[in-house]
Write a protein that binds this ligand. Structure first.
Ligand SMILES: Nc1ncnc2c1ncn2[C@@H]1O[C@H](COP(=O)(O)OP(=O)(O)O)[C@@H](O)[C@H]1O
Ligand SMILES: [Mg+2]
Length: 356
């Protein structure tokens, strides 16, 4: 990949990118989440500026890891991956549920760095300024096994991650052992790696409501609380089961909203790499134009809102609706256009086929 050959220059980064330019680039791929994009642009910019200062002036500034919270399909993973592309650094996405504390069966957290190192072609310098995204962080909360009162490795994993996130020097063997070769060990310092953790934290709404209720007269506020996740604070996350020491290493909280119908519609039409563009392309390579009426697209976004899995639902809805069309059209001779109108979506009617 580009970055492995062309070592990214921190000076260039600070010269050419600004929080604003990062945000503008994010805008092309990610619909909505405006405040969140701002928060993330600023913190990522500061993270790399901090690296730059540390290199030049030998001053160590505190690093700012980020926690993403928001419902499934709202763009958390997409945001992190897009970010890495913009900054041109390697990224790996790992799942918190696959880790165990030291001494148990399962991956140990150091394997994260091993994977990252591998992704960076064993270039230690590059590894040390990459991004790690740990997904499903909510699943390692302390109270996971509430009923028995036992901690099922959640807290232990948090403890193990804590050191990694804060910064530790590790000796890492390669992911794939070379035969007949002396084992090379790489020393990686994690203190400059940007860690982003994220999760849906389902059920946290009740914790937030409870807190607000105690703080103020909740009934008076009820109307304002439609997007309750926006009110999340550190206390709520601790009540949810993240340990304070762990949260202490992740000072930036970025909240994702549930996408509304209009945003889902825009994801279909306007986002770079939009789903509709991708589908249209599938038809176009066989010389067929597929066109969707605005009404039909609106209906698709309505169905997605009902499904409550955010933008994740859009693809499966489209696949479902277009299954018959995709089955039939390649064997139709002289086909030129396919028109999808509202009733194709709502009443399962046949699309209009136009021939040459
Ligand atoms: N805000 C958004 N803007 C554009 N596309 C989005 C957005 N949110 C989700 N998507 C689409 O939905 C897919 C799943 O989103 P993802 O980022 O994986 O969600 P999650 O929040 O669960 O990590 C993405 O690959 C993308 O196609
Ligand atoms: Mg995700």
């Amino acid at each position: 990949m580009f970055y492995t050959k062309n070592i990214f220059n921190i000076l260039d980064f600070v010269k050419y990118l600004t929080p604003k330019s990062i945000k503008l680039e994010l805008d092309r791929y990610i619909i909505g989440q405006i405040e969140t994009k701002k928060i993330i642009s600023v913190s990522v910019y500061n993270h790399y500026k901090r690296l730059y200062i540390a290199k030049k002036k030998k001053i160590n500034l505190e690093k700012s890891n980020i926690l993403l919270i928001g419902p499934t399909g709202s763009g958390k993973t997409l945001m992190v991956k897009t970010l890495a592309k913009i900054i041109n650094v390697p990224i790996i996405v790992v799942d918190a549920t696959s880790f165990t504390e030291v001494g148990y069966v399962g991956d140990d957290v150091e394997s994260i760095i091993q994977k990252l190192l591998h992704e960076c072609n064993y270039n230690v310098e590059l590894t040390e300024r990459s991004i790690v995204y740990i997904d499903e962080i909510d699943k390692i909360s302390k109270k996971n096994d509430f009923l028995s009162g036992k901690d099922v490795s959640g807290e232990g994993v948090q403890q193990a991650l804590l050191k990694l996130i804060e910064g530790v020097s590790l000796n890492i063997p390669p992911l794939i052992e070379k035969k007949n070769n002396q084992q090379q060990i790489f020393n990686v310092d994690t203190c400059n790696i940007l860690f982003i953790v994220g999760g849906a934290f389902s059920g946290i709404e009740n914790i937030i409501k409870f807190r607000i209720n105690q703080e103020k007269n909740f009934l008076e506020q009820d109307n304002e609380l439609s997007n309750i996740i926006e009110h999340t604070n550190t206390e709520d996350l601790i009540n949810y089961g993240l340990i304070p020491e762990f949260l202490g290493r992740i000072p930036i909280l970025a909240k994702f909203k549930e996408l509304n119908q209009n945003e889902l519609l825009n994801i279909l039409i306007t986002s770079k790499n939009s789903l509709l563009k991708q589908f249209c392309y599938l038809f176009l390579i066989e010389g067929v134009n597929i066109k969707f009426s605005f009404d039909s697209i609106k209906e698709i976004s309505k169905i997605a809102v009902k499904k409550k899995i955010g933008a994740r639902g859009l693809k499966s809805i489209l696949e479902n609706i277009l299954l018959n069309v995709m089955y039939e059209f390649p064997s139709k001779k002289m086909l030129k256009n396919i028109l999808i109108y509202k009733e194709v979506i709502t009443m399962n009617k046949k699309p209009i086929y136009l021939f040459k």
